[in-house]
Design a protein around this ligand. Structure first.
Ligand SMILES: CC(C)(COP(=O)(O)OP(=O)(O)OC[C@H]1O[C@@H](n2cnc3c(N)ncnc32)[C@H](O)[C@@H]1OP(=O)(O)O)[C@@H](O)C(=O)NCCC(=O)NCCS
Length: 437
């Protein structure tokens, strides 16, 4: 397998570098912990390491050093003017190198070989009531596949620490191969006509998802590739990636870890925000009987803020500028569906909301994030809003499994930060203040 060969070449040198840093530079201070961070969700605390991606507050996400526009330009594509193969992005995330077309297609081929869904997984899904949220079914279905983990099997048969990454890569490939299949199966169970569409071996990962959803439109194939690439990763500290990292640090396998990550993604402040953002636009559309004017959008935004609610799709914990993922989707909307009313609402919101949030004066970042636009594009193709978080999760499987393989390659230990009592924090504050007095 090409990917395994490339990682076998790369891992020893990287592992040596990490071991050197851990041993020889162990006492170097790179960050201080402030009281605001202890009480404030550890915001900005530099305590994790991963080379898969990095978020610059102003330029946004970099996948292995490449920005979104670079990724969309440089990765191999199925044809001129098309979005890149997701397999190429996965090669980049895993190896750090831009793939050749052959390398991108080798990942697509690995996925093709592994995409058959076990029957019992389908039974787990269809045993559940249809008013179950699709994220619940998604997380359960992933967990239902855990018994197939190569890592867990080989670990119990006897593996040394240096070998852990190999079967973790196996799990990563099988899991990511099946993720779009499982997701489309859930979609058709909950919202379809009860028929299931098997994967087409002639299609790539992104296009196949569109096919299995029953949306045979080349624009939706392209949107799927774009969607999964843009959602693939956002550093290791975000709630879902960090959840997976914590769980896998116990040497739980990637099935356990990714299922747990999806439970974190299901929260309204994280992956559910795309569904919330569309709901918010929907209510505006109903209230004004069509696309609101900029003045109406402003009034609507203030009503939301004055009611003590957040405007979904705006703001970010790390970003301090318009999210480049927003921009990439926005460009797609302008090219493929400029006449769509919901896309037009996104345009009006982009024009008005940042100024409103600035005047409101609370959000550190008044600019749109990826969720402000992604739902409007999915809605155009008839995809149910309650499914949007699953779409996010499909993409996130790429980054999370790549982090997982590399955490094993770097032989990172189990996570165990320290918690303090409020009294201990008060004492620490007194000690610090006495020291400077
Ligand atoms: C993403 C988000 C959770 C980041 O949270 P954060 O790091 O705490 O953000 P900030 O530091 O800017 O928050 C400071 C204040 O501004 C508020 N704020 C931030 N974004 C806001 C928004 N879009 N609308 C209204 N208020 C917002 C926060 O709620 C917070 O208020 P508080 O002091 O009363 O608790 C937040 O911006 C948000 O809730 N956005 C809307 C939901 C969303 O789009 N989520 C998807 C993110 S990819």
């Amino acid at each position: 397998m090409l990917l395994q060969e490339r990682l076998t070449q790369k891992i020893p040198a990287w592992r040596e570098k990490v071991q050197f840093l851990r041993k020889e530079k162990a006492e170097v201070v790179i960050d201080h912990v402030h009281v605001r961070q202890v009480f404030g969700g550890m915001r900005g605390l530099k305590v994790l390491v991963s080379d898969i991606s990095f978020v610059d507050p102003y330029k946004g996400i970099h996948f292995r050093g490449y920005t979104i526009p670079e990724i969309l330009e440089l990765l191999p594509k199925p044809g001129a003017g098309k979005m890149p193969y997701v397999g190429g992005l996965y090669w980049l995330l895993m190896t750090g190198d831009l793939p050749t077309e052959e390398e991108a297609l080798s990942v697509e081929e690995e996925w093709r070989k592994r995409m058959t869904l076990p029957e019992w997984v389908k039974q787990v899904i269809t045993a559940m009531p249809k008013d179950t949220h699709p994220m619940t079914l998604f997380s359960m279905a992933i967990l239902a596949m855990q018994k197939e983990s190569a890592f867990t099997r080989q670990y119990h048969a006897g593996l040394t620490k240096t070998e852990f990454w190999g079967p973790t890569l196996e799990d990563a490939l099988t899991l990511t191969a099946r993720i779009p299949v499982v997701a489309a199966f859930i979609y058709r169970y909950l919202y379809g006509d009860g028929t299931y569409i098997p994967p087409d071996p002639n299609l790539d990962w992104g296009a196949n998802f569109a096919h299995m959803m029953g949306i045979d439109d080349e624009r939706y194939q392209d949107l799927s590739r774009l969607y999964f690439i843009l959602h693939s990763d956002h550093e290791l500290g975000n709630a879902s990636a960090h959840t997976a990292h914590l769980v896998a640090s116990t040497l739980s396998d990637l099935y356990y870890a990714f299922s747990a990550a999806m439970n974190a993604l299901a929260g309204p402040l994280h992956g559910l925000a795309n569904q919330e953002a569309l709901k918010w636009l929907d209510a505006a559309y109903k209230r004004y009987g069509g696309v609101p004017t900029p003045e109406q959008m402003e009034e609507y935004a203030w009503d939301t803020l004055n009611a003590g609610r957040v405007i979904p799709g705006f703001g970010h914990a790390v970003l301090r500028a318009t999210d480049p993922r927003f921009k990439a989707f926005y460009d797609f909307g302008e090219k493929h569906l400029p006449e769509d009313d919901y896309f037009k609402m996104v345009q009006v919101a982009y024009e008005v909301i940042p100024r409103v949030l600035q005047e409101h004066g609370k959000a550190k970042n008044p600019w749109p994030n990826v969720d402000a636009v992604s739902g409007s594009l999915q809605r155009h193709f008839g995809v149910e809003p309650t499914f949007y978080t699953v779409l996010f999760g499909i993409g996130r499987s790429l980054g999370i499994t790549a982090h997982g393989v590399w955490a094993r390659a770097m032989m990172l230990p189990i996570e165990r930060p320290k918690s303090l009592t409020v009294q201990r924090i008060e004492e620490a504050i007194q000690e610090a203040e006495a020291a400077v007095a």
